[in-house]
Design a protein around this ligand. Structure first.
Ligand SMILES: *Cc1c(COP(=O)(O)O)cnc(C)c1O
Length: 399
């Protein structure tokens, strides 16, 4: 296999035909400026040292790799390991790229970091990073989501970010994006729009990937030290795709390491209620870049659904689209019920309550493990912990 693709994206932000900058010229100048600053600043020793120190002393990196013995025994077959991003400060992988973005904004002399949030996970991680780094933070969130996601809303307030309630339109994520973006366009030279996954216009898919790639870099060394060889399979859930690409990147050149991204099949792939973008999507433009997406005949994004709110995005990172086409990564899906089952099984066999997002990867690993011989290994990116989902699951299962 050719490994030329390891150098991606190209200078215009393309991964094959995906990615790029589908944005107005004024904004292209701003994005190019962010790219130039990123290329310069991120290479300096000062920036790298600051970020690495924060990863170590603030986030708690490196996160461990844990052999899930009881889960493995239950399934039979391949041995299952977890990369414990759930043990990070704030409980998920998102802090890795939020710290990187907030630090870059500060180095660029920006005065305010802006973002939208749906379930509040991106909002809390970003508000945390901005509190630490000492830069103003403004989060836009739909009125309906604010009512639903009480603990995250409270956290954002305590962390000192400005929370803007979006009361127009659907009063959910879609309109929060528009609202935050309008605010950003008032002064893009001084504001920084912090995108929450490997999506959006160039350079965000590249930058967020680079910040997340610490996960795979650590995992590769840790796994070799533990097992004396690389894992046979990597597995991660895919919403926008940041935790998956974070784990995969360091292994892309290792031809024998197979990789599987797991998408949410929701209520079923034969219903409208899923978010299996790579499995069922078609090519098109969304939020400033080209990717597979779930769209209607006019190219408008379809409403999508998953039991895991961090996975219900109608598009997906451009690098994943490319990796699918060249068949370097396989994309599969699991539905809500399989996710819930995996959530409970991991909790009761290992004492680890996973985020519903991460439980998708666990569910697929459980299915796959049974079909493999016992000398094979699967490494799952445990992208986050399930504290945020505990009440919902308990109610849903009448516990
Ligand atoms: C946001 C989130 C995800 C989905 O985002 P990706 O960019 O696809 O990684 C997955 N897991 C957790 C715990 C999250 O908070």
């Amino acid at each position: 296999m050719s490994t030329q693709f390891l150098e991606m994206p190209d200078k215009d932000g393309f991964f094959g035909e995906y990615g790029g900058q589908i944005i107005p010229p004024e904004l292209k100048a701003i994005m190019d400026d962010i790219n130039d600053s990123y290329e310069k600043v991120s290479q300096t020793e000062a920036f790298q040292t600051e970020l690495q120190n924060l990863y170590a002393d603030y986030v708690g990196r490196p996160s461990p790799i844990y052999f899930a013995r009881r889960l493995t025994e239950r399934q039979g077959g391949a041995r299952i390991f977890l990369k414990r991003e759930d043990l990070n400060h704030t409980g998920a992988h998102k802090i890795n790229h939020c710290l990187g973005e907030a630090l870059l904004a500060k180095h660029m002399g920006k005065t305010k970091v802006l973002a939208e949030t749906g379930a509040g996970q991106h909002g809390v991680a970003l508000a945390t990073a901005c509190a630490l780094i000492g830069i103003e933070c403004e989060i836009h969130m739909g009125e309906i989501d604010i009512a639903k996601e009480h603990p995250n809303v409270t956290k954002m307030k305590i962390l000192g970010c400005k929370l803007v309630t979006v009361t127009r339109g659907t009063r959910t994520l879609k309109d929060a994006v528009d609202s935050a973006f309008e605010e950003y366009l008032k002064d893009p030279a001084h504001f920084f729009y912090a995108i929450g996954s490997v999506v959006g216009p160039h350079p965000f898919p590249k930058m967020v990937r680079d910040f997340q790639s610490v996960v795979g870099k650590e995992a590769r060394g840790q796994f070799l030290a533990k097992e004396g060889k690389l894992p046979d399979y990597l597995m991660a859930c895919v919403g926008g795709g940041s935790n998956a690409i974070g784990l995969f990147t360091a292994f892309l050149g290792d031809e024998d390491v197979k990789m599987i991204g797991v998408e949410p099949a929701g209520l079923g792939l034969d219903t409208p209620d899923h978010a299996a973008t790579l499995t069922l999507g078609t090519k098109g433009a969304l939020h400033g870049f080209k990717c597979y997406n779930l769209q209607d005949n006019e190219g408008n994004p379809l409403p999508v659904y998953s039991i895991a709110s961090g996975l219900d995005y109608p598009g997906v990172g451009p690098q994943h689209c490319y990796l699918k086409d060249i068949e370097r990564v396989r994309y599969e899906s699991v539905d809500d019920q399989e996710c819930l089952d995996a959530f409970m099984i991991l909790s009761r066999l290992e004492g680890i309550i996973p985020a519903l997002e991460s439980a998708h990867a666990v569910a697929y690993a459980m299915k796959l493990a049974k079909t493999l011989p016992s000398d094979q290994t699967i490494l799952i990116n445990m992208s986050g912990r399930g504290d945020k989902d505990a009440d919902f699951v308990a109610e849903r299962l009448s516990l």
